[in-house]
Design a protein around this ligand. Structure first.
Ligand code: GUN
Length: 285
């Protein structure tokens, strides 16, 4: 039976450390750290994420500035806000909650965020830096997964790592971070021929496809570390991951629950990036 990886506990430790550093910076330099969160429209899931981000800011001692814009917001209006936030000294980090309403161009919006304030690490400059392993901002969800793997004590170096999913936000940067730690990385996706066979080779398996319960226990190697990034809402309203927990926990060595696994880590890493932005601005990073 697998050991459960407690994402809430790991994220609490990360946030505690950030809170201490934030207090030190305040005492030493008299600065406060600010995160601007922009949400357009009324997507209920986005609303929950944004509220959680605001709560996390409070917990670590950051200021949070929320910009809740109506669905009809135009491209020009949104870009004007980004421009204002790029120039605002009180704002160290800018996060535009995705997805945006369909009439808005996400790529254009991301490209207009100053790379120095791009705490999601979505700007092409930061994505490029992740690719070459020379990065200041961590891709939040993959970085959170790396912390969870580290918490198990399992070494990545030389291990078979299988990432299921190739999104720009999770799958691709996830594979990159595992590769930087010298894992042997396979990236699977919807066109992969025999997904079960690929997964069964994995010492470390990361599922990030957004398909409820896709990964079953019989696709998992005995003792593997299984990280479930999936956050799917079933018709009955229940949340479930990409991994079928009940069967998977019988095979895995370590496994994350949904909720309470990767989710809290993503937010902790966002706080970490905002702190990094502030430290870089002060010239102490
Ligand atoms: N929507 C879902 N996940 C994310 C995320 O990590 N960042 C942003 N900005 N939007 C999201």
């Amino acid at each position: 039976m697998a050991k459960i990886i407690d994402g809430k506990a790991v994220s609490a430790r990360v946030k505690e450390k950030i809170a201490m550093e934030t207090a030190e910076l305040k005492a030493k330099y008299g600065v406060s750290i600010g995160l601007a969160v922009v949400i357009v429209g009324d997507n209920p899931a986005s609303r929950i994420y944004v509220n959680n981000k605001k709560k996390a800011c409070e917990a670590v001692g950051f200021e949070s500035f929320e910009y809740a814009l109506p669905t009809e917001t135009t491209q020009e209006e949104l870009l004007a806000l980004i421009d204002k936030l790029n120039k605002d000294d009180k704002v160290n980090g800018i996060l535009v909650q995705l997805p945006l309403p369909k009439h808005l161009d996400e790529k254009l919006v991301i490209n207009n965020i100053s790379p120095d304030k791009d705490v999601d690490a979505f700007h092409p400059v930061n994505v490029g830096k992740i690719m070459i392993g020379d990065y200041s901002f961590l891709p939040c969800t993959p970085a959170g997964v790396m912390e969870l793997i580290a918490s198990t004590g399992v070494e990545i170096c030389g291990k078979e790592c299988v990432v299921v999913g190739r999104s720009n936000i999770v799958g691709k940067p996830m594979s990159m971070l595992l590769l930087h730690k010298s894992g042997t990385v396979t990236t699977c996706h919807s066109k992969t021929k025999d997904l079960a066979e690929q997964c069964r080779r994995a010492d470390i398996l990361v599922a990030a496809v957004g398909v409820p319960n896709l990964i079953k226990g019989n696709m998992i190697k005995e003792g593997a570390v299984v990280i479930d990034v999936g956050m799917n809402r079933l018709e009955n309203g229940k949340l479930c991951g990409d991994v079928e927990f009940e069967t998977a926990e019988k095979a895995a060595g370590y496994i994350t629950p949904v909720p309470g696994g990767v989710g809290p880590m993503t937010i902790a890493m966002l706080m970490q990036n905002t702190l990094t932005a502030a430290k870089t601005k002060l010239g102490i990073q």
